[in-house]
Structure formats: C-alpha cells, structure tokens
Design a protein around this ligand. Structure first.
Ligand code: BGC
Length: 741
C-alpha cells in the first residue's frame, strides 16, 4: 500500500466525519429551543406519546431510535432514594446506592438562612447527579395548615414568605448540577387522610396570599424545571390535570416553561390530562405507595388512550407537541446537557454539609438557668427511644437507605468522651419496627418490659446523673409523621408526657430533645430546664444534636411554624369539618372548606389575641442580642418607591452567635381584613461578642400588598403601615410608622 492511497483513505474518513454535521438536537452548543424544535421534528407520533408517561416506577422512556436517553427520577427531598425494582416499590438491593441523608426540610426552613438552602440544594443535587438521576422529586413547599399533617416534615413551615425565600436557593443549588427539581405538591395538599379524594374549597385570598407564593417563587425566581401536581382536588378537578391551577395560573399567569409531573397515581382521566396541562404521567394504577397493577404502562392515561384520541380526531397535535416540547426542554437542561458536572456521592463534604445544616436548624425553645450547654458534667443520663432509633428509614416516599446514621446517644457519647460518663435507659417503647420497602435499619428495638419497669429504670439513672437528656418525640411510623396518614393528636404518644413529668420531679437539670417534623403539645414545658426542637436530622443527627448540647455549635434556628398549646389554637381545626371536610352523600369525595382563610399559623393566633406554646420565629441562643433603635430613610413612600429601614443589632453575650432579625408589616387600616402582622423580610447575622451590625430591610409595594378578589391582583392600598422589627412573631422589639401615598 503506498502512502498516497493511505492518505486518500484518511482523507475520506475525515470527510465522512466532518460532512455529516450532527443533528441540531445532538449539538450541545445549539440553543436549547433549536434543539427542542429539531428533535420534535424528527419524532414519530408514537415516539412523542411514549415520552409522556412512565416505563417503570421511576423512569420514562427516551427515544431509542434518536439516541434521546431515558429520564430518571428519584425521591426526594432529603436524600436520594434507593433503587427500587423495575415495577415494584421494593428496593432492588443494589449495594452502591446508600446515600447521605440530609436533614428534613422543616429543619432547613428553621435555619432561616438562604445560603444554607443553597448549600443543601447543591449537595443533594450532586448526589442525584452522581446516581444518574435527572429529576429530584422535591422540595416540598405545602404550607403547614395543621400540625397533624403527616407530611409537614417534608415541607418548609407555615409562612409563605419564609418558604419562598428558602425554596429558591435550594432549586438553584440542585439545578446547577444539571438535575431538575420537581417542586411539590402543587397545590393545596395540606393533609394526608383521604388525600386522593379531598376537594379543597379555599377563597382566592388564601390561595394567592398563603398557598401559592412559594410555588410562584419556585417558578419565577428559582426557575424550577418541573413541578408535581398533587393528589387532591380543587374546584372538583384533580390537581394533576386542573384547568385553573395548571393552565391558567402555573402555565398562564406565571409563564412556567417546564414539565408538570403527576404525583404517583394522581392521574385519573385521559381527556383532562390532555387538556389541563399534565405533561408527564407516573405511578398510575397505584396509590403512590404500595398497591398497583403490573406493567400497565401502555394503558396509562397519556399512553394508548391518548394515541386513540388522536387517531379518532378528538384532540389536536398542537397540545401534544406542547407537552413533548416541555419534556424535551427538560431533557436538554438535564440528561442531554453534555456540560453538566459529574456530581459526587456520600462524600465527607456532604456529611459536613448535613451536620452543618442540622446544627443550624435545631431550635432551642427554652433554656432556664443556663441548663445548657452541658458544662462541668461528670455523669449524663440519656433517656428515650429516639436517642437510639434510626430515623432515616420510614415516613413514606422520603424514606432513605443512608450510608450511616449517627444516633443522638452515639453522638453525645463521642462528644463527651473523656469528660463525662454517659448512661442510657430506654424509658418507653414506641415503634420497634425498622423497615421500609425492604430497607431495614438492622436495629433490634424489641423490648418486652412494662411501662412501670421502663420508667423505674429511667428514674433510677436520672437521680444519679448531673444532667438528664430525654430524647423523644415522633418517629415517622404510621400516624407519627408519615406519608399517607396524619397524626391522631397533638400530644406525644407512648406515655412520653407522663415519663417527662416523672423525670422533671426527680431532676432540675432535665433537657428535652424533641424529634419531630411537627409541633407537639408540651404540657410539661414549665417543669423542664431546657427544650430543643431537633427535627429529623439525617445521617449526622447525633453529632449535630451533641454539637448544640455541648455548645460546640451555638443554636440559631427559629421555628418555621407556630407551636400551639392545643388544636384549639389552630384555624384548620376551627370546626369539626374544617380539617378533613365533609363526605358527599353519594360520592367518595370530601369537600374541605378552609374557613380560616388567610389566618393560618401565627396569623390565626395573633387575631385571637392568644399566646401559643412557642411562637413562629422563636428560637434562643447561648448569647443575647440587643436591638437598637431603628431608623427609616423616609416616613412616606410612593407607590413605586421604597423605604429603607436600618436597625443595629449587638451581641451582648460572651460567645459568638447568629440572630435572625425579622421584619413584620401591619396594615393599620384596610378595606379587607388583614392579619395583625405578616412576615415580609428577615436577615440572619453572625456576631462576635460585643459586635454590632446594621441590619437593613427594604420595603416596597409588594410587602404591603394583599390579594384583591375584585381586582384579581395583588394591591397595596394607600394609608398608614407599621414596620415591626422582632426576634420572633411574639417578640417585637421596635416599630417604625410610615405611610403609603
Ligand atoms: C408521593 C410523592 C413521591 C412519589 C414517588 C408519592 O406517593 O406523594 O411525593 O415523590 O410518591 O415516590
């Protein structure tokens, strides 16, 4: 073979490589919308329909002929769910899918720190990316309407502004990894009982002022690439295919260009699914958690029945193309984005992030006579099942297979090694099981002793200790903070109240660490030395709790929801039908009217003029903060103007600490009823002892507006307002009066 022949072959090869320019949809440099149109133009009708519904529990097919990959989703929202079988909920028993369990979203909300939400989003986004997931099913931003809701732990509290502020950086953190967030459950999914058959009846003010703002922020500020329709109905239509909520508001008013994903088993009707905005159907024929027909994917509402409707000429292809465009757009943002990073998984960095987030979200509710931090202690008694129980398994779809989980007892033991002896007693038996979809904790928590025996043992070690840490609360078993069930009562279960009372009678140095995703009643609150609200904290739970107990971390979390004294202080429980609604005579539908309207959480408590157990925004520190006199740059504001308020805050204690300074607005006179005050801004400042920082708030028209049903828009009425600056919703330190002209 001579050289010229060889170079001829090489030249031809180069020509073949260069002349066949890649299809635009395969060109990572081409603008996304061009790639979408190009891919769409090459797809057959059947291929278009195929990508609109699931092919397995958690994936949808791509277009194999065109090299468009499958789309993989994962729960969400606190860690990456273990692999499940293709067509079953049981875990697939992979050995490479044990994740970092991050703290539950209530804990994230309790940090009141958007930078921490970005850290959280980025870390979980990296985990999703490494596990080759394209859509993370979370975060959740349903408003905490009742403390009985079994899923509140997956959400961000009772206040729309707080949830909106925290969800935006979470989304950005996840999506910068080329993984889509799927913000859920849109919308009005506020309790779990009858979740598929509850028809919510809520007035437009509450809808727009309370229940939608965090979703709106997720779309318009966070830029979420997908959103999950919820199980319930609104205006008699299931929300996964709801004309008003999805077509009119989400895609219309808010300009959402992403994908509406059904909740698993949330689709009920082909014609509605086609017409009312659903783009991607999952989990049909299941209840979302357990039962379900096998391999029914071709029978999904957006599968064969959709093709039949088109063949019969009953629906146009423009609607189909809109759905396909949305799914393709999400793919080019995620699994067809060749520039996305590779992610990372169960790394030391993620453990550090989990510990940091957990430590910053723990809320110190009470600390009398410096009960905490634990200093100069020689013997510490730890009591309670939650000191040893793994909490990452259970709770429903957010259940995880964590690479490890540090228990509070182990965390405290390692923190106090060399300084104090730590002794343990169970105290009560709650939920001894530890299994979810085949993931087992491996703990044997069975204990046959009687309550009297367990109490006697606990009192014995409490008497002989110089500090007693009770770790109890709820535990993510059915009815105790768990999907598909609500709690039965606000009270702690398993006789914990009696045990705490008994312990308080034998020791003045009793610390209660409450693990829950919801407020619980604390009839013993006045009798114990200190109370920590510790949420579900994930892999680093024990270390983070020990950090706060020992003072290695100075607590700075604040409550993202009111802790009421009883359900009588909760608007959702105002009447016998206001919580779960009323069953229709001949139909399995529960009409649930929200009579409290906009008066949710502290808005309800304020209006009633009552004192809750612990107010929204409350949380203590090992240091103290003094709020100086605020100054405003003007006392009058024009409709398009703003007022800047500055308040000096000083750390007056002996250790460094962070304070969440909160701004509430009162509308002095309004044509419609308004809450006594509403959170409109907040700022978390870290201060060294003696240090002062100026905290600045900018008030504009948005902060003064309410939803006018007449104008069908947010309006700000001219008149007098008050800016209240406080350390919680019930601890207002100063007031600035101003006027909107
Ligand atoms: C839940 C969703 C979850 C989905 C997939 C449903 O039961 O409501 O939040 O993402 O299952 O596991």
């Amino acid at each position: 073979m001579n050289n010229s022949f060889l170079s001829m072959i090489a030249g031809a090869a180069v020509l073949m490589l260069t002349s066949a320019a890649p299809a635009t949809y395969l060109d990572p440099q081409a603008p996304i919308e061009e790639r979408v149109e190009d891919a769409l133009s090459r797809m057959t009708l059947q291929e278009k329909i195929n990508i609109l519904h699931a092919q397995s529990k958690f994936s949808s097919p791509g277009v194999p002929r065109l090299g468009i990959p499958e789309l993989w989703t994962t729960d969400g929202p606190h860690g990456i769910r273990p692999e499940v079988m293709w067509d079953q909920w049981e875990q697939a028993e992979w050995t490479s899918d044990s994740c970092t369990a991050f703290p539950a979203l209530t804990c994230l909300a309790a940090t009141w720190n958007p930078d921490v939400a970005l850290e959280y989003g980025n870390a979980i986004g990296e985990e999703a990316r490494y596990r080759k997931k394209d859509i993370l099913l979370g975060p959740g931003v349903n408003i905490c309407r009742t403390p009985l809701n079994g899923r509140n732990f997956e959400y961000m509290g009772e206040d729309p502004l707080l949830a909106a502020r925290m969800v935006v950086p979470y989304i950005k953190g996840v999506q910068q990894n080329g993984v889509a967030t799927c913000v859920k459950h849109f919308a009005l999914n506020n309790h779990e009982i009858n979740r598929h058959t509850t028809n919510v009846i809520v007035d437009d003010r509450a809808l727009h002022e309370i229940y939608l703002p965090a979703f709106k922020a997720a779309v318009q500020q966070g830029g979420t690439w997908s959103i999950m329709g919820s199980y319930n109905l609104y205006r008699d239509q299931h929300v996964c295919h709801n004309q008003y909520l999805i077509n009119d508001i989400l895609k219309g008013d808010w300009g959402f260009d992403g994908v509406v994903v059904s909740d698993w088993g949330g689709t009920h009707d082909t014609d509605q699914a086609i017409a009312n905005g659903l783009d991607l159907e999952f989990g049909t024929w299941t209840d979302g958690l357990s039962n379900g027909a096998s391999n029914a994917y071709d029978n999904y509402y957006l599968a064969a029945p959709y093709a039949a409707r088109i063949a019969e000429g009953k629906t146009d292809t423009a609607t189909l193309d809109d759905k396909v465009r949305r799914v393709l757009r999400l793919m080019f943002r995620t699994n067809m984005n060749l520039n996305r990073p590779f992610g990372s998984f169960a790394s030391p960095e993620h453990s550090a992030a989990a510990r940091h987030i957990a430590g910053e979200g723990i809320v110190m509710l009470k600390n009398d006579k410096a009960t905490l931090p634990l200093i100069n202690v020689r013997k510490v008694a730890v009591i309670g099942e939650n000191a040893i129980k793994m909490m990452t398994v259970g709770g429903g779809s957010s259940s995880l297979k964590a690479r490890y989980e540090t228990s509070p007892l182990d965390g405290l033991r390692s923190a106090l090694t060399g300084n104090a002896e730590v002794i343990y007693a169970r105290g009560y038996v709650g939920d001894a099981s530890g299994e979810y979809n085949g993931v087992v904790t491996g703990q044997d928590l069975s204990d046959n002793r009687s309550a009297a025996e367990l109490t006697a043992e606990a009192l014995e070690i409490a008497r002989n200790a110089d500090a007693v840490i009770f770790v109890g609360g709820l535990n993510k078993s059915a009815g105790q903070d768990c999907e598909d069930s609500d709690r039965q009562a606000l009270e702690l279960p398993y006789g914990q109240n009696e045990l705490i009372e008994a312990l308080a009678a034998v020791t003045p140095r009793l610390v209660v660490v409450n693990i829950s995703g919801n407020p619980v009643a604390m009839p013993w609150a006045d009798k114990v030395g200190a109370i920590l609200q510790a949420w579900y904290l994930g892999s680093e739970a024990g270390n983070a709790i020990a950090d706060v107990l020992t003072g290695a971390v100075n607590p700075s979390g604040k409550l993202p929801m009111t802790f009421p004294r009883s359900l009588a202080q909760v608007g959702a429980h105002a009447s016998s039908e206001s919580y779960l609604g009323k069953k229709r005579d001949n139909e399995e539908i529960f009409d649930c009217e929200y009579p409290e309207s906009i008066f949710v959480g502290y808005r309800w408590i304020d209006r009633a003029g009552e004192k809750p157990l612990f107010p929204f925004g409350h949380g203590l520190s090992y240091t103290t903060f003094a709020y100086g006199k605020p100054t405003a740059d003007s006392s009058k504001m024009t409709a398009d103007g703003k007022i800047i308020i500055t308040v000096p805050v000083t750390n007056t204690g002996k250790v460094a600490g962070s304070e969440v300074v909160q701004l509430y607005i009162t509308d002095v006179k309004s044509s419609l009823p308004r809450p006594v005050k509403e959170l409109k801004d907040f700022s978390k400042v870290n201060l060294a002892p003696g240090e002062t920082a100026d905290v600045t708030f900018t008030i504009d028209k948005d902060a003064l507006s309410f939803y006018s049903p007449e104008a069908q828009a947010m309006v700000a009425e001219p008149g007098k307002f008050k800016a209240l600056i406080g350390a919680s919703s019930a601890d207002i330190r100063s007031t600035v009066n101003f006027e909107l002209l």
